[in-house]
Design a protein. Sequence first.
Length: 169
Amino acid sequence: MKSNKTKLVVLSALLAAIIALCTRFTAIPVFGGMGYVHIGDSFIFLAAAILPTPYAILASACGGALADLMSGFVAYILPTAVIKALMALMFAGQKRERLLSKRNFLSIIPAIVILVGGYYIAEAIMYQSFISPLIGMVWNLLQGVFSAVGFAVLAAALDKTRLRDRLGV
């Protein structure tokens, strides 16, 4: 029992680091300084498909928040942590033998809604305007779709390696 918990904690920390690094170092700035698109969310979806829900939530929240810290978007650390945690929560109870299952892929849809809506609400509060964050919704939707494709590619490749069996989680 203790060995499995240790394995989950280590895997969660590893995935949080991968999320942070892939978010930070694959970032492509978007028009007008409205943030960036990246492949980090693909790894949030992957963590949510691999890990039990509480571990996936922590890995996603910590990884996303660390990426904002490393990128200098300090004002976004708390909103990002909440949004990424909620995105991972959309996969609750979705664990399947394969990472790229229909249920896991469909879980991405509400996760993208949370991504787009969450950042809209956060920016509406930060900028004290319901108008100025509207342009960010387009980029966040693009981010979500980009990440869904990334997840599909990663999950399909990892399913061929039988990762879930090898990890034993």
